[in-house]
Design a protein around this ligand. Structure first.
Ligand code: S3P
Length: 166
């Protein structure tokens, strides 16, 4: 029972799709942002504001090292977690990496008006998203299978992933 690891940009639906996928597969669902919030007793936004991005990435790396040896998990990763090749390497040991991909327009629609993502708290949202997607292209290309979610409801994305895993 390899872990199923969802990777992709903020707003691509990793948490929603991951949750439903876990229920369908009867796997345990783990959301890395949520786990980090529990461990630190701070929200992601608070960690960024108080300690900065480096500390947050450190928490992610620590969590990955704990999750890598476990089995039967669906893991929804934070959008920047796969920037670190060490994280990818560890997650691949016992996991299948599935990418969720969305256009800048879809992402902007989904993340607008949400104050939970410090890296997108800028005035020019579309420009920021486009730039970050470009910067992270290689990081997201480590997925062995990628689903474009632009025109999919979450359950349709789940069906496609389950079909791929068969
Ligand atoms: C981040 C994505 C966020 C969260 C943090 C940083 C990123 O997770 O980990 O705000 O660098 O892309 P989601 O992808 O779940 O929004």
């Amino acid at each position: 029972m390899k872990n199923i690891v969802l990777i992709g940009f903020m707003g691509s639906g990793k948490s929603t799709i991951g949750n439903r996928l876990a229920r369908r597969l009867r796997y345990q669902f783990v959301d890395t942002d949520y786990e980090i919030e529990q461990v630190t007793d701070l929200t992601v936004a608070q960690i960024f504001a108080k300690y900065g991005v480096k500390r947050f990435r450190g928490e992610e790396a620590l969590l990955v090292s704990k999750l890598a040896d476990r089995k039967g998990l669906v893991i929804a990763t934070g959008g920047g977690l796969v920037i670190k090749p060490e994280n990818v390497e560890q997650l691949k040991k016992n996991g299948i990496l599935i990418g969720l991909e969305a256009s800048p327009e879809t992402i902007c629609k989904r993340v607008r008006n949400k104050r939970t993502r410090p890296l997108l708290a800028r005035r020019n949202l579309q420009e920021t998203v486009e730039r970050m997607l470009e910067e992270r292209k290689d990081a997201y290309s480590v997925a062995e299978f990628t689903v474009n979610v632009d025109r999919l409801a979450p359950d349709q994305a789940v069906d496609i992933i389950i079909e791929y895993l068969k």
